[in-house]
Design a protein around this ligand. Structure first.
Ligand code: MG
Length: 399
C-alpha cells in the first residue's frame, strides 16, 4: 500500500524576531509526518496562502515516495515559476518529503544524500559594533568560545548613522552613505587584523549597498586583510560585474542569498566567478535543488556557504546541516545562535559547540515542532523599515 499525503499544515510562529513558516506534511501511515522550512519572513502571508490554497490541494492524495517528481511537477503546476513565494512553498514540501523519506529509511537525511564527509559543520557568527575597537572586542569574545570564523560589520549593513544632510523634504527611510561605509569598513579591517591577529577567519557582507564600480574598488581595498569571503558585493541584477571583480581582485567572493532561479547562478559557476554559494535554501526550492547545485559547483571548485540567519527556521537550519555534512565541497555554515525558546519550540534544533554544528543522528531531518507552544508566539504584522533604504540624497536604495 503506497504511503500518501493526507494533509498539509502551515505553522507560523515568531519566537525570536523573525516570522517563521514551517510546513508539516501528514501521511496515510499513522504517526509518519515530515517538516520543511518555507520561511520568507517579510511576505509570510503570501507563502501561507500559496501553501494552503494552491500547493495543499495539489499534494493531497499524492504518494510521498517520489520527491523528485513532486518537486518537478509542483514547480511547473502554476506555470509561472522561480519566484520567491512559490519557491518557499515548494521548499516546505520538498524538505518535509526528505524528512519523511529519512524516517521511512530509519536514516538521517545526510545518509540519503551519500553519507557524511565530516562529523560537524564549521560555522561563522556575526560581530558588529559602533567602533572598530568594539567590533574587535566582539570578535575576541567569539574566539574565546572557539569560533574560528567571524563576520564583521561596523554599524550594521551600509554602516549606519552617517553624517548626512538630505535635501529639504526628503522622505523618511533607513539612510546610509555608501562611500563613507566603504572607508569605515576598510579602516575597521585594518584595526581588526592588528587587534585579533591573522589566525581567525574574517568575513564581511556588503548587502548590495555599493554601486558596481565602488564594489570593485572595495574588493581590491580589502585584499591586505585576507578575508575568508566578501559577501553580496554586488546585487543579482549586477551579476555581469563579477567578471570585472574577478579580474581586479583576489578577495574570495560569496554570493546568492537572493537567488531564485538557476539562470542567476549558472553563469557565475560556469565562469568560476565566485567562490562560495550563499543560497537561502527555502528560497531556491529546498534540498533537491540545493543538492543539485552543490554537486555541480563541486566540479568547478566552488564551495557552499548556505544562508543561515534568524529568518531561516530551525527546520531550515537542520536542512542546511544535512547538506553541509554530505557535501564534499562544503565551505562554511552561517549560524544565528537561536535563543532557548526556539530550542523548546523546535526540539532537535542543531547544536553548536566549539564553533561546530552537530547533527543528532535521528532519522530524517532530526527535528520536531511543538505546535501548541509555537502558537503562543503568533506572527505579527509589521511594515518593515530596514528594507526602506535610502542614500544621502534621499533616493531609494537596495537594502
Ligand atoms: Mg547576507
Amino acid at each position: 500500500m503506497p504511503v500518501t499525503i493526507i494533509d498539509v499544515i502551515t505553522i507560523l510562529t515568531q519566537p525570536a524576531g523573525s516570522r517563521l513558516i514551517v510546513v508539516k506534511i501528514l501521511t496515510s501511515e499513522p504517526g509518519l509526518y515530515g517538516l520543511g522550512c518555507a520561511t520568507f519572513t517579510q511576505r509570510f502571508h503570501a507563502v501561507h496562502a500559496a501553501i494552503e490554497r494552491h500547493l495543499k490541494p495539489f499534494l493531497i492524495g499524492k504518494e510521498v515516495d517520489a520527491i523528485e517528481d513532486l518537486w518537478q511537477t509542483a514547480m511547473v503546476n502554476g506555470y509561472w515559476r522561480n519566484g520567491p513565494v512559490l519557491n518557499n512553498a515548494i521548499s516546505g514540501m520538498d524538505q518535509a518529503l526528505w524528512d519523511i523519506k529519512g524516517k521511512q529509511a530509519g536514516m538521517p537525511v545526510y545518509q540519503l544524500l551519500g553519507g557524511k564527509c565530516r562529523e560537524a559543520a564549521a560555522t561563522y557568527v556575526h560581530a558588529d559594533g559602533a567602533s572598530p575597537a568594539e567590533v574587535a572586542e566582539n570578535v575576541q569574545r567569539y574566539m574565546a568560545q572557539d569560533y574560528r570564523h567571524v563576520r564583521c560589520q561596523i554599524g550594521g549593513y551600509g554602516g549606519r548613522k552617517p553624517r548626512i544632510t538630505p535635501p529639504e523634504g526628503a522622505k523618511s527611510g533607513d539612510y546610509f552613505d555608501p562611500r563613507s561605509y566603504m572607508r569605515r569598513t576598510v579602516k575597521m579591517f585594518e584595526h581588526l587584523r592588528a587587534a585579533v591577529g591573522d589566525e581567525v577567519e574574517l568575513l564581511h557582507d556588503v548587502h548590495e549597498r555599493l554601486t558596481p564600480a565602488d564594489a570593485i574598488v572595495f574588493a581590491k581595498q580589502l585584499e591586505p586583510y585576507n578575508l575568508f569571503f566578501l559577501e553580496d558585493a554586488l546585487a543579482p541584477e549586477d551579476n555581469e560585474w563579477f567578471r570585472r571583480m574577478r579580474q581586479t581582485s583576489t578577495t574570495p567572493i560569496a554570493m546568492g542569498e537572493l537567488f531564485n532561479n538557476p539562470a542567476e547562478w549558472l553563469p557565475l559557476i560556469e565562469g568560476r566567478l565566485i567562490d562560495f554559494l550563499r543560497m537561502h535554501i527555502s528560497q531556491m526550492g529546498g534540498i533537491t535543488p540545493a543538492r543539485n547545485v552543490a554537486a555541480m559547483a563541486a566540479m568547478y571548485g566552488i564551495r557552499t556557504a548556505w544562508h543561515g540567519p534568524g529568518d531561516v527556521s530551525p527546520v531550515g537550519h537542520a536542512a542546511n546541516l544535512h547538506l553541509d555534512l554530505w557535501a564534499p565541497n562544503f565551505g562554511i555554515q552561517e549560524w544565528c545562535r537561536f535563543n532557548e525558546l526556539v530550542y523548546e519550540i523546535f526540539p532537535g534544533t542543531p547544536e553548536v559547540r566549539g564553533g561546530y554544528m552537530y547533527p543528532n543522528d535521528l532519522p530524517g531531518l532530526g527535528i520536531d515542532v511543538d505546535e501548541k507552544l509555537a502558537a503562543r508566539y503568533p506572527c505579527e504584522d509589521e511594515i518593515i523599515n530596514w528594507t526602506q533604504a535610502r542614500t544621502p540624497d534621499g533616493g531609494p536604495a537596495r537594502p
